[in-house]
Design a protein around this ligand. Sequence first.
Ligand code: ADP
Ligand code: ADP
Length: 229
Amino acid sequence: HGAISFKDVHFAYDAARPILKGISFEVPAGKTVAVVGPSGAGKSTLSRLLYRFYDVQSGTITIDDQDLRTVTQKSLRKVIGMVPQDTVLFNDTIAYNIRYGRPGASEAEVTAAAEIAQIGNFISQLPEGFETKVGERGLKLSGGEKQRVAIARTVLKAPPVLILDEATSALDTTTEQEIQTALDVVSQNRTTLVIAHRLSTVIGADEIIVLKSGEIAERGTHAALLDQN
Ligand code: ADP
Ligand code: ADP
């Protein structure tokens, strides 16, 4: 489920300055495709188009052969889960923030999702556990802890399509590796679009697309791209 296709996609925030100049690629159902490239190349714009924050100016994006322009944002958000670079949490309990992925999830399901996101340890050290309030008037979480909450939320939501938009870019190396491990579990057998800065963080992707100035400069597996460069 959730095969993604970009066909000759053009996009500009401002007509005078094209950002994406005819992008075509596919993410087969259950596979992972990573988009890497320098800052400003248009990588995040791809994820914003897939999430329908904006619509393409020409070309098409489809999920399971359905044109995104015929899908409401509401139904799209049931299909797509997004882990951004900097997760913003609600000023509420950790449980509330995780459960946002699927309101009505049982306590056992929240705990299981937290285990997959590897926050069990951190939560067990808090006096109020999952009921600890976070945000402005609660506990201030580190970047890595916030990402773990976002991952737990996504695990609960269990969307067929996942966007990881620089989900580990803001973290230190040790935390990045831990979060990456959790993300690898979440993206398994799920159609996943990964946006990343560096080739070294997307070794396991089925295909890697190198985006430069809004065009696909190179594509291939990690090994193939290393051979060429
Ligand atoms: P990347 O993710 O590869 O760093 P982005 O997709 O975020 O690149 O941005 C591509 C280009 O689009 C950049 O030059 C950026 O300044 C511009 N851009 C991004 N968002 C907007 C926006 N909301 N309005 C105008 N320009 C934008
Ligand atoms: P939704 O229709 O699911 O509310 P949004 O575009 O508002 O979609 O949010 C996309 C995702 O970002 C949500 O599923 C949620 O995980 C997260 N999110 C949105 N707003 C907030 C917020 N204020 N605090 C924490 N997370 C948020």
